[in-house]
Each structure stands twice: as structure tokens, then as C-alpha cells.
Design a protein around this ligand. Structure first.
Ligand SMILES: Cc1ncc(COP(=O)(O)O)c(C=O)c1O
Length: 426
């Protein structure tokens, strides 16, 4: 069955033919049927080296035998949903040990839920209403954060969604990542009404943009000064660069942290957690309500335990070295407007004449050129996250040979497929 035919069927069911907007690209997305290790296979049997990895979920690799075994065990020994299990404790203890700021936590079913609950909790704890988020920071698709959001919202040109009451949008202040002045101004004006600053410590949804030296420490200091909470959304960065949080690499301790993606090992998950004193406000210990039929369901939790057990034994430097390779080879193309932003093992290839380090510079990127690059790469058997403002990932299943070949093809695409002068001459 061709992707086009599947898309036609899907379009009669799902708005835009998809179940999440980031999956759509023109004229229709390729449909996939199988994945193994670092590779994904489309419905026509074509194979791709995957740098999207489920938007960062499958860091340990697809159909990882250790993880599959754990889930199969559960399938054979069905554990009921909606009751406490030892599994959730095992996963929780592993995370608590690896991320010391997460003294207490709650599991959710998605990153969206995690940030929603973390924000409600921050408002309840501080008794304040304003949230300060970054321009094009993405924290899921709920009302508290879908204001000036990144990822698909930005790729499709509607960063603030209709349907959110003004009363809610007005409680969301927008600062600029890597711009201390913009944050200071907001604190000067609203400081004692700000419940929390929420940010990805490394932006992943405006494309990859790392924090400038001292920026995250500055956020810690200004939130402390005004009695606001600091929430690090580590849904992408958690357990990605080291066995634990990015926060420990940079030595900045947030009050609350959200996680997702990797900690579920391919099953739907989210988590919010942090200082005990704050988390104690969550029901039934406190009165801030949060619940979920599927929260900490045994399959997700088993998959998470198996994934973290696997990652604990692995060398993160390995993935970082491979991503650096991509950067090193492509940085030769900066003179033709290619900028590679890499933070450890995640990267974005920006089509941009200048260095991308904040919102303003990122927005000058050429979205069309990126999609040309995406499509040519796809033709050559490489699959990137489909959008200029997305991150791509190197995981534990990528091999040096695969990445070397992929880099060779990327260079070919830039030098030949996308070289307009050369194409004109053909
Ligand atoms: C930083 C960040 N926060 C929150 C979310 C939302 O997570 P989910 O898609 O699991 O709801 C995402 C999703 O990509 C994300 O990248």
C-alpha cells in the first residue's frame, strides 16, 4: 500500500490526515510499518537511518531485546491497571537517585500532562497566577503553555492557538531564551505575581539552541530573588546526555522538573517532580488535584525500567561523538548558509546565514530549504525530524558506519542536490 493511498484514507478520519500536526509534511507524510535498532521501514519496504527517533523517544533503539523481554513478561503475567504496583516504585527510585532535585514525583501519560500539572502546582504553592515561558518554548498542547509556542505550532505559523480564553493567555508572560534583559524587565513589572518560570534548559522546539553561559544560573537567581519557582522541562533532555538530568551537568537545581520521552522507553509517559515541600501539595497528601487512569500503568513502567537499566550500562559519550561527527562535517557549509547547532547528541541543521542562538536568529531560517534538505535526505534513506524547528537525535543504536554513510549523503545533498548553480547546468 502506498503512503499516498494511506494518507487519502487517513484524511477522511483525522484532521490533516494525522494524529499530531508535527507528523504532517507536504504533500503527504511517508507511512511507516516497522522499526529496528536505528532504522525505520516505510510501507513500501524502503529503509531509513532514523535521526527523528520518535521525536527523541527511542534513545535506546527500536525493538531493543532487553526492553521487549520485560514487556513480554508482563503480557504473560497480566498486572491490572489502576492499582499500585512495585514496578512504579522501582522506576521512581531509579529516577530519584539519578536526578537528586526530584525528591518526590508523579507519573503521567504524556509530557503535556506533566507540564500542565507542574504549572497548576506552582500556582497553588506560590498563590500567584503568572507563568513566564520562553518565546517558542514548547511544553505540550494545553492552555497554560500554548502561547508563543514552538515545534509544530511554529512550523505551521500559528504559535498561539485560538480557543484559549484571554483570561488564561494573559497569565502567560513571554521572555526570550538567552536574553537576560527580557526576563529582568518582566520580573521588574510582574515579579511578585510570577508563580514560575518554565523553560527547556536546552531549547529543542525552536530547533536546538543551547543556553548561553550563565543564562540558566541567572534564571535560578532571579526566581529565588522574587520567590518564584523554576521549572526545568527536561522532557527532551532527561536521561539523554547522561544517566540523569541536564540540570546536573550544568549545576543548576530547579524546584520542579518535568520528564517524559526516554523514561518510558517507547511507551507513553510523563513525570513531574521536585522539592518534597512543593510536591506534598498534590492530592491526596495535599489539595492540588491530579489523576490519571493510565498513570504509571505497568506496561509503560516496565518499559521505563528496562530502558533505564539498559542505559545505565551504556556509554553516553559514544552518542555524543557520533553527533559531533555530523557537526564537524557539515560546518564546512556555513558559507552557503548551513548552521549546525549541536548540544551533546541532539542537533538541528539550520538553513540560515547567521549563527542561531536565540528566537530572533532562529526565525530567519529558511523553512523551505530545510524541507528540501529533508526530502532529498529521505530519498537517500535518511529520516530527520520533519521541520526546521525540530531537533534530531543520535541514539545508542546508531553505529559509526551508519552515521559516516549518512554524513556522506548529507554532504552529497548539500553539494549536488541542493546546489542550484549545478542543477541549472544539468
Ligand atoms: C520540551 C517538551 N515539553 C513537552 C512536550 C510534550 O510532551 P508530549 O508530546 O509527550 O505531550 C514535548 C513534546 O515534544 C517537548 O518537547
Amino acid at each position: 500500500m502506498l503512503s499516498e493511498e494511506l494518507f487519502n484514507r487517513a484524511s477522511k478520519l483525522f484532521p490533516g490526515g494525522v494524529n499530531s500536526p508535527v507528523r504532517f509534511y507536504s504533500p503527504y507524510p511517508t507511512y511507516f510499518s516497522r522499526a529496528s535498532g536505528s532504522r525505520i521501514f516505510d510501507v513500501e519496504g524502503k529503509e531509513y537511518l532514523d535521526f527523528c527517533m520518535g521525536f527523541g523517544v527511542n534513545f535506546a533503539g527500536y525493538s531493543n531485546a532487553e526492553i521487549a523481554e520485560e514487556i513480554m513478561y508482563l503480557l504473560d503475567n497480566t498486572i491490572p491497571e489502576g492499582v499500585p504496583t512495585e514496578h512504579e516504585i522501582t522506576l521512581g527510585e531509579t529516577i530519584q537517585k539519578a536526578v537528586p532535585s526530584v525528591e518526590r514525583m508523579r507519573f503521567t501519560n504524556s509530557g503535556t500532562e506533566a507540564t500542565m500539572h507542574a504549572i497548576r502546582l506552582a500556582r497553588a504553592f506560590t498563590g500567584r497566577k503568572f507563568i513566564l515561558k520562553m518565546n517558542a518554548g514548547f511544553h505540550g498542547a494545553h492552555d497554560y503553555v500554548l502561547v508563543n509556542a514552538g515545534s509544530g505550532a511554529l512550523n505551521f505559523g500559528s504559535p498561539s492557538s485560538p480557543g484559549i480564553p484571554d483570561e488564561v493567555s494573559k497569565t502567560v508572560l513571554i521572555g526570550d531564551f538567552n536574553n537576560e534583559e527580557s526576563i529582568k524587565e518582566l520580573f521588574k513589572k510582574y515579579g511578585h505575581e510570577i508563580a514560575a518560570v518554565i523553560t527547556e534548559p536546552v531549547l529543542g522546539n525552536l530547533g536546538v539552541i543551547g543556553p548561553e553561559k550563565g543564562f540558566l544560573k541567572f534564571l535560578r537567581e532571579i526566581t529565588d530573588e522574587y520567590g518564584a519557582l523554576l521549572i526545568f522541562d527536561e522532557i527532551i533532555t532527561g536521561f539523554r546526555f547522561k544517566f540523569g538530568g541536564y540540570q546536573d551537568l550544568i549545576g543548576v537545581k530547579p524546584d520542579l522538573t518535568t520528564m517524559g520521552k526516554i523514561i518510558g522507553g517507547g511507551m507513553p509517559i510523563g513525570l513531574f517532580g521536585g522539592r518534597s515541600e512543593i510536591m506534598e501539595k498534590i492530592s491526596p497528601q495535599g489539595s492540588v488535584y491530579q489523576s490519571g487512569t493510565f498513570s504509571a500503568n505497568p506496561f509503560t513502567v516496565a518499559s521505563g525500567i528496562a530502558t533505564l537499566n539498559f542505559l545505565k550500562k551504556r556509554d553516553y559519550e559514544y552518542t555524543i561523538g557520533l553527533a559531533q561527527w555530523v557537526e564537524d562535517k557539515l560546518k564546512n557549509f556555513s558559507d552557503i548558509g548551513v548552521q549546525v547547532n549541536r548540544v551533546y547528541n541532539m542537533f538541528t541543521i539550520f538553513f540560515n546565514g547567521e549563527k542561531v542562538w536565540n528566537y530572533e536568529t532562529a526565525l530567519k531560517s529558511d523553512k523551505k530549504k530545510f524541507m528540501d534538505f529533508f526530502n532529498f535526505s529521505k530519498k537517500h534513506g535518511i529520516y530527520f525530524s520533519p521541520g526546521q524547528f525540530e531537533a534530531s537525535f543520535v541514539g545508542m543504536a546508531h553505529t559509526p558506519e551508519e552515521v559516516e554513510m549518512a554524513v556522506f549523503k548529507m554532504v552529497y545533498t548539500l553539494e549536488f542536490d541542493m546546489n542550484e548553480d549545478r542543477n541549472k547546468r544539468k
